[in-house]
Design a protein around this ligand. Structure first.
Ligand SMILES: Cc1ncc(COP(=O)(O)O)c(C=O)c1O
Length: 419
């Protein structure tokens, strides 16, 4: 079993809380950069490779800037994510707009920035044309193979149930219509399974999409210029899980590329990814303080409004009591937040060292889809986000919300002016 150790020590936390009270999300710049470099190394065999970081995972401009320096673009799903990208200097083809049920004005904004638009449905072609008055020269279509998606070690997910993407018949038709309407450069996209902890998912998905690209070429005469494997590469939330080996994954995709695309004269197709969780998940944690003990419940100062995954999906997040890494885990606790919701539990029946009031708990792997899924139920405020920089110093990269922020949408009247 892999031991999961936080990237931050008790001493560092004690120093941080002098300036920034708990709870806060903390990110590890060194880990983020090293991981991004490894991803690029894994796909270095493909000259057109680009990772479009899924902004929804960690929508913070300081994180986006780090990823930009590492050569990434962004994948956006909404107007505000597009704004974040633009504000960080991403432009044109550095932005992928992979959205669904898209408001027309967001197509317009994405087009204005020169982003590559990835269409979720054949019916969106008419909406796009009507909104823009034209069809962009570069356009991508999202594929959904339907049915159950399986790989050698079992069922992965059920795309047949998912609202995303087009069937193969729709996809073929969509490309023909787009070409007729003036599109010149085409891409194929699919996101079939979330949080895969196996080296087989990307190569398997690549095979599905590469074979599809060959059929598209034969049926429509269109050669895809890029194939976007999207997200879904997971992380080991549990200590007993074997982490993905991104170098093995990149090599697996290369093998399928040589096998399927190269013999068809398609050896110049660029591979794109839209990883979120894999890029940031392990390089963020939620630091919170034990403030109450009631029977076997430890109440902390964070709640599901700061990290929704355990309450929403029963997701496991490993917890370390800072400074007690070497102590035996001989106490069984539920670690709970303050929401008036009984599912506001970061852990249930978790074996941990004895916890004293005032101890700091590090909730692991919150770097992606953590802060981002935050909300304000019970009037709880969003926490700060901090960055542990490569030189060991700490920077505030988002301040904590205040009551004033919470009441900001009443600024048209005087009722809450006092706060
Ligand atoms: C279109 C799209 N791309 C990429 C991602 C990122 O996925 P992950 O965080 O699993 O890598 C998502 C996540 O929901 C998505 O919807």
């Amino acid at each position: 079993m892999m031991e999961k150790r936080p990237f931050v020590s008790l001493e560092q936390i004690q120093e941080m809380v002098e300036k920034f009270p708990t709870p806060f999300h903390l990110y590890d710049e060194k880990g983020i950069r090293e991981n991004a470099r490894k991803l690029h190394q894994a796909f270095a065999w493909n000259p057109g490779f680009k990772e479009y970081f899924a902004v929804k995972a960690t929508p913070n401009p300081f994180i986006l800037k780090i990823l930009k320096e590492e050569g990434c673009g962004t994948d956006c799903s909404s107007a505000t994510e597009l704004m974040l990208s633009e504000s960080c200097g991403f432009s044109g083809k550095e932005i992928m707009f992979s959205s669904n049920d898209t408001p027309p004005e967001e197509f317009a904004f994405a087009h204005k920035l020169g982003a590559v638009i990835n269409l979720d449905d054949i019916t969106h072609i008419a909406c796009l044309e009507e909104t823009l008055g034209t069809i962009p020269e570069t356009v991508s279509c999202r594929f959904n193979p339907g049915g159950i998606y399986t790989i050698s070690n079992g069922i992965m997910d059920n795309p047949g149930d998912a609202k995303y993407g087009m069937t193969e018949v729709q996809l073929m038709e969509a490309y023909k219509i787009l070409k007729e309407k003036g599109a010149k450069h085409f891409g194929i996209h699919a996101f079939l399974v979330s949080n895969t902890v196996t080296n087989d998912y990307y190569p398997m998905l690549a095979k599905t999409l590469f074979e599809l690209a060959v059929r598209v070429k034969k049926e429509t005469g269109i050669q895809a210029e890029f194939i976007n494997l999207s997200g879904g590469v997971g992380i080991p939330y549990r200590p007993e899980q074997e982490p993905n080996d991104i170098l093995a994954i990149g090599e697996g995709v290369r093998r399928v590329y040589e096998e399927v695309l190269v013999p068809e004269g398609m050896g110049d197709v660029a591979i794109y990814t839209e990883c979120g969780r894999f890029m940031l998940g392990p390089y963020g944690c939620l630091v919170t303080k034990a403030i109450h003990e009631k029977h076997t419940y430890i109440g902390v100062d964070a709640c599901a409004a700061n990290l929704m995954r355990p309450a929403m999906y029963g997701a496991y997040h490993h917890i370390t009591v800072a400074g007690k890494e070497e102590e035996v885990c001989d106490h069984k606790y539920d670690i709970v937040g303050s929401l008036c919701e009984n599912n506001d539990k970061f852990a249930v029946d978790r074996m941990l060292p004895e916890i004293a009031m005032g101890d700091y708990l590090v909730i692991h792997d919150t770097g992606a889809h953590g802060f981002a899924m935050g909300y304000n139920y019970n009037g709880r405020l969003r926490s700060a986000e901090l960055l542990l920089k490569e030189d060991g110093s700490v920077a505030l990269i988002r301040r904590a919300e205040t009551a004033k922020d919470y009441f900001a949408t009443f600024d048209f009247c005087d009722l809450l002016k006092a706060y």
